[in-house]
Design a protein around this ligand. Structure first.
Ligand code: MG
Length: 266
């Protein structure tokens, strides 16, 4: 709560968009970039598979990674192999499933950090979802997601059912609510924790962290970056609305990233 309030104060202190512009204008500092994907780099779509990747995005991220000497990471709730497919041929440094899997070098292998979701739970969830028309189950190895964008009226029902089925896994698995979805992830993982882990990598060390995100799951990473003297850039969307944000949706993020690439001369 306290963190949330100081975050709000920090954001109120600036004119909308001013922080994002100030960061670009300051050519004396070396930055490390941590990017959420859905709702930040990509517009949210009706289903996770239906996202459209803007032309040139993967290439721009590759150039930025080079310009930042490797200090660019994606931090996402999705599996990294899905992000790789979306951003082919780039295999960016990053964390999938809120940190339950990691890639620590550009082009390197993906390392699972947490154990897969128990088979018994997965079987239960598969059966439950069949009884909810329009609801999608996404299996993510160490995590899973239940998407109800097509059936928003079922939200309360899904949440209550999920909570009761997760009771046997208390302290092992937790529920993270997101945009029209509930994620089940291993306890102890968050984008905040993963930011601290990635920030220790040689290419990220001694750089000012900038986190760009659009959802409640990005807030622990915002707080972690600010604690390290870095910045949180909020992206307008379903979670933050259109006031008190730093960047106006994925299109705004893209043009800011292009500005950064220009600044870095890449
Ligand atoms: Mg997002």
């Amino acid at each position: 709560m306290q963190k949330e309030q100081s975050l709000q104060r920090a954001n109120r202190a600036k004119e909308q968009g001013a922080l994002a512009s100030d960061i670009l204008a300051d050519t004396t500092r070396k930055y490390a970039l941590f990017l959420d994907v859905d709702g930040t780099l990509l517009d949210i779509a009706a289903t996770p598979d239906a996202v459209v990747v803007p032309e040139g995005l993967a290439e721009l991220l590759g150039r930025l990674s080079e310009g930042l000497a490797g200090a660019l990471a994606v931090i996402t709730g999705r599996r990294l192999q899905i992000i790789d497919a979306l951003l082919a041929p780039e295999k960016l440094v990053g964390a999938g499933i809120h940190g339950a899997e990691l890639r620590t070098t550009h082009g390197g292998a993906i390392t699972p950090v947490a154990a897969p979701i128990p088979q018994a739970l997965l079987a239960e969830m598969t059966e439950l979802v069949q009884g909810w028309p329009g609801v999608l189950l996404e299996f993510k190895g160490p995590g899973l997601a239940i998407h109800y964008r097509q059936a928003p009226a079922l939200k309360a029902d899904i949440e209550a059912t999920l909570r009761s089925h997760l009771e046997p896994y208390a302290n092992v698995l937790v529920i993270l609510p997101g945009k029209k979805l509930f994620e089940v992830v291993p306890a102890g993982y968050s984008k905040g924790r993963v930011l601290s882990t990635l920030a220790e990598l040689p290419s990220f060390r001694n750089r000012v962290p900038i986190v760009i995100g659009d959802d409640v799951g990005d807030e622990p990473a915002f707080a972690a970056a600010q604690q390290m003297g870095g910045y949180a850039l909020k992206v307008a969307g379903e979670h933050f609305g259109r006031s008190n944000v730093d960047l106006d949706g994925p299109a705004g993020v893209l043009s800011w990233l292009e500005g950064l690439a220009k600044r870095l001369k890449v």
